[in-house]
Design a binder for this molecule. Structure first.
Ligand code: ADP
Ligand code: ASP
Ligand code: MG
Length: 409
């Protein structure tokens, strides 16, 4: 009998009945003889509602105070779940991030877990108590509450699983597992029995919300046995692991969309050495991550550089470059947020030519224009108009998964 960490997302704890359902899953695991640490998110839309509340008072509230506020959502769901388990007659204790020893750096609103001091949790488990821990939050060196970024409860769960050397980390959510595309929006999306850490990391980073990307990074680093499954259906989920059976055979495992981006174009830069370095080091110093980059061929001594950034960094990126307009000697900057990134991911694509052309053919067939392209060993991303993004995902998914049977082989 081992230790299982179970994480339940916002929709799994959205109301009293759902909390009772979660309490039932936890206590059934416990009754089978396992020790259980459960990590919970805030109920339903609580975190969004708290953000809206803050905006009514101070739209420019400091990130420290935002973390103080947002962390309360998880405290509510955890205490309520502990009460449900108490009512069922089991020993249980709920703990905040700091009580559970989750130490983070000081990047408020997007903190990283630095280490976990597991003594309290271990002491409770020794007593055979069920331990419920607030997801999404930790504590920094100033003893301030921090949060791990939206969707960060997955990372709390994996971090605890790694620190406690749990036998399994189960991420319970509102779909049956990881699918070949978002099953809520893409017709014909298929559930995957298993997926590699690397593919899952790409999918999560490219917009598949089902797992927080840092949770996958951590699961890979500490070889955490990770499983994604539904709180409601009782069906087997998706295993995320180092190696999967079908890595060679399957070209692509999924299609993802990220609409939360913007494209910045710096027009009329001098066509001379060092320009790209200057532009991107100015952004890098301010911790603005740049994604797809496209540089035009020089003509008449000038060139253009376009790149994508997260939507939240759009204004700051523009500002930083405008401040350097004279030094960088460009003509003007053009920024648009009417774009989205659509990507395919697959460990098998490295040895299979023709994957990119099939993706582009699907877009051509749907009459969708590609603005930018970027590739790596296991992914291809394209930038398209936001209004076309859902159609693009569907067309690409159809091309690989439906048209010629499973995975377009
Ligand atoms: P939770 O509140 O449980 O953390 P999330 O809303 O963060 O749940 O993540 C689950 C959602 O992720 C699903 O409802 C689904 O719409 C979305 N999703 C996006 N891409 C995928 C995918 N490839 N497989 C499964 N779900 C996906
Ligand atoms: N409650 C937080 C959010 O809504 C964390 C999470 O759900 O994982 O982002
Ligand atoms: Mg989530």
């Amino acid at each position: 009998m081992g230790l299982i960490v179970q994480k339940f997302g916002g929709s799994s704890v959205a109301n009293a009945d759902k909390i009772r359902n979660v309490a039932r899953i936890i206590t059934e695991t416990y009754r089978r003889g396992h020790n259980v640490v459960a990590v919970l998110s805030a109920q339903g839309d609580t975190t969004d509602d708290l953000i809206a509340k803050a905006a009514e008072i101070n739209p420019r509230a400091s990130k420290r105070e935002m973390d103080m506020l947002l962390s309360t959502g998880e405290q509510i769901s955890c205490s309520l779940c502990a009460m449900a388990i108490e009512a069922m007659g089991y020993p249980v204790v709920s703990l905040t991030g700091w009580q559970a020893g989750i130490r983070t750096n000081s990047t408020y609103s997007n903190a990283r877990v630095k280490r976990i001091l597991p003594e309290r949790v271990l002491a409770e488990l020794d007593k055979r108590s069920i331990v419920i821990v607030t997801g999404f939050q930790g504590i920094n060196k100033y003893d301030d509450i921090t949060t791990l970024g939206r969707g960060g409860s997955d990372t709390s769960a994996v971090a605890l699983a790694a620190a406690l050397q749990a036998d399994l980390c189960q991420i319970y959510t509102d779909v049956d597992g990881v699918y070949t595309a978002d099953p809520r929006h893409v017709t014909g999306a298929q559930k995957l029995d298993e997926i590699t850490y690397d593919e899952m990391l790409e999918l999560a980073s490219l917009g598949a919300q089902v797992l927080h990307n840092r949770s996958v990074e951590m699961a890979k680093r500490y070889s955490v046995n990770l499983e994604v499954l539904s709180s409601f259906s009782g069906q087997p989920g998706t295993k995320v692991k180092e190696v999967t059976k079908n890595m060679e055979k399957v070209y692509i495992s999924g299609v993802a969309k990220d609409s939360d981006i913007a494209r910045v174009a710096v027009i009329g830069l001098p066509d001379e050495p060092g320009i790209a370095f200057k532009v991107f080091s100015a952004l890098g110093k301010e911790k603005i991550n740049v994604d797809i980059i496209l540089q035009s061929i020089g003509r008449h001594g000038t060139k253009d550089i376009s790149f994508t950034v997260k939507h939240e960094d759009m204004d700051r990126a523009k500002e930083l470059l405008e401040e350097r307009k004279e030094a960088f000697r460009f003509d003007h900057i053009d920024v648009v947020d009417t774009v989205a990134k659509v990507s395919i991911v697959g460990a098998g694509m490295v040895n299979n030519s023709g994957v990119a052309s099939r993706m582009f053919e699907a877009l051509y067939g749907a009459g969708i224009n590609i603005n930018m392209i970027s590739t790596s060993e296991i992914k291809i991303s394209v930038l398209v108009a936001k209004k076309d993004a859902d159609r693009a995902v569907q067309a690409i998914h159809d091309r690989f998964f439906n048209q010629y049977g499973n995975n377009g082989n």
